[in-house]
Design a binder for this molecule. Structure first.
Ligand code: NDP
Ligand code: 2IT
Length: 449
């Protein structure tokens, strides 16, 4: 009988918070989705009766495991590894692994939850999952990283496989870590299968996977701008982060005539008013991917300033590309960006804007692309890597790039279809609804599972 009352956000969230105490990042990610899908659920009683939102917010399983390894001094070290297999309604679980000291069950659950909708938006058959460890790769030797990755995979391999769950990279997990992880997976399973994506080109990796998240984020911005007959050329852009996503966002922006004036890391940001060039970006790639140094070195190498301990949102810009980590934009940052003239924000990172910042962006009606739409290019090309592995062939860079472009355009179209009201497109509502409807319909079709 209670089903005759409409579901309210407050009731739903108070239950969710009770069931998931002490997991603020997870609460935040769910609230953003619930707010936009509950009005839709209230119009489709069959979704309410089947408890689709309640089921969708409870992971299929959470696997937690010990990772014991030895550092270069021979000391035994212990970390906690985790894999959240959230939802496999439309395909095998798929999502990255994060190695960072801040990793907790809450962080992995927020990422796994977002991944369900993001993966649905790509149009490829992928479910949602995420994993990682509270391991800090900073300052570790290559051998320590190898031993950690091997210890991590010694446990994880039991739960993954090309038709079950396919991990990839995320913060702290790049080409080097994926290689160690895949090498160990291959040994333990005695199979050469595409159970991990982001692999090297020589052993089953896809062209353009390294570039895909950053390029895809810029393609998404191009789509938003094109809808109002505008383009990236000549725009001043603020980018945060200096890792994989930030580097290839910057590369594509430079290629399209944008002027990127900032990059950052956890120590602070650099401001280069003249803008990055391909040569300056090569320095950043070598610094971050090779030497694993700090972004402050950029300011010493070129004529730029380094602002310690701050984020770049006070630097005036037309377009902002938060590409570092969650909750890096709060309400004050959002207000500052808008006051300084920013009219487009594209989330390369996962959940970089907190709920207050999102509200400010939506109320101001600027172009705001949420991460689950804007950064879906990475997992999309991971999906293409899975296809190439299954077919035992590899596509050319142009072929993968053109598929990436059409997938980002398709995601943009879905956001417009579900988020348009009058001449305004609410990309948050559009992305959440489009992803939700696809997964919810599949869950409904399966009955109670
Ligand atoms: P990387 O590890 O390559 O780079 C992360 C960057 O963010 C570094 O510059 C790092 O600085 C900075 N950073 C990390 N944590 C913090 C923090 N707590 N405070 C300030 N800066 C921080 O990761 P990626 O570029 O791959 O990931 C960046 C974001 O993009 C993440 O949110 C990730 O989930 C998301 N993403 C990544 C995809 C991918 O394909 N790689 C796909 C879709 C989304 P420092 O070196 O000082 O730690
Ligand atoms: O957040 C993400 O989408 C990723 N880290 C990429 C996941 C993947 O499976 O390529």
């Amino acid at each position: 009988m209670e089903l005759t009352h409409p579901l309210t956000l407050d009731d739903f969230m108070s239950g969710l918070v009770k069931r998931n105490e002490g997991q603020p990042e997870f609460h935040q990610a769910v609230k953003e989705v619930a707010e936009t899908v509950i009005p839709y659920i209230n119009k489709r009683p069959e979704l309410r009766e089947a408890q689709i939102l309640e089921r969708l917010t409870e992971p299929d399983r959470v696997i937690s495991f010990r990772v014991s390894w030895q550092d270069d001094e021979g000391h035994v070290r212990v970390n906690r590894g985790c894999r959240v297999q959230f939802n496999n309604s439309i395909g095998p679980y798929k999502g990255g692994l994060r190695f960072h000291p801040t990793v907790s069950e809450s962080v992995i659950k927020f990422l796994g939850f977002e991944q369900i909708f993001k993966n649905a938006l790509t149009t490829l058959p992928m479910g949602g999952g995420k994993g990682g460890a509270n391991f800090n790769p900073k300052g570790k030797s290559d051998r320590e990283i190898m031993r950690f990755c091997q210890a991590f995979m010694t446990e994880l391999h039991r739960y993954i496989g090309p038709n079950t769950d396919v991990p990839a990279g995320d913060i702290g997990v790049g080409a080097r870590e994926i290689s160690y992880l895949f090498g160990m997976y291959k040994r333990l399973s005695n199979e050469f299968t595409g159970a991990i994506t982001g692999k090297g080109i020589e052993f089953g990796g896809s062209r353009i996977r390294t570039e895909a998240t950053g390029y895809g984020s810029v393609y998404f911005m191009q789509n938003m701008l094109a809808a109002r007959r505008d383009a990236v050329e000549g725009k001043t852009c603020v980018v945060s982060g200096s890792g994989n996503v930030a580097q290839y966002t910057t590369e594509k922006l430079i290629e399209l005539g944008g002027k990127v004036v900032t990059l950052s890391d956890s120590s602070g940001f650099i401001h280069d008013p003249e803008g990055l060039t391909h040569e300056k970006l090569s320095f950043v790639k070598e610094l971050k991917n090779g030497k694993r140094g700090r972004i402050s070195d950029y300011a010493e190498e070129f004529r730029a300033t380094f602002v310690e301990g701050e984020r770049p949102w006070t630097v005036p810009c037309d377009l902002a590309f938060p590409s570092a980590t969650q909750n890096e934009i709060g309400s004050r940052d959002a207000t500052t960006l808008i006051e300084n003239g920013a009219f487009g924000v594209c989330e390369g990172a996962n959940m970089p804007s907190d709920l207050d910042a999102i509200e400010i962006f939506r109320n101001s009606r600027i172009l705001f692309a949420p991460g689950k739409a804007a950064n879906a290019g990475g997992v999309a090309v991971s999906g293409l890597e899975q296809s190439q592995n299954a077919m035992r062939l590899s596509w050319s860079p142009d072929e993968v790039d053109s598929r990436l472009k059409s997938i980002m355009a398709e995601i943009h179209d879905q956001c417009v279809e579900h988020g348009r009201s009058g001449d305004y497109v609410d990309y948050v509502k559009g992305a959440n609804l489009a992803g939700f409807i696809k997964v919810a319909n599949a869950m409904l079709a399966y009955g109670v599972t």
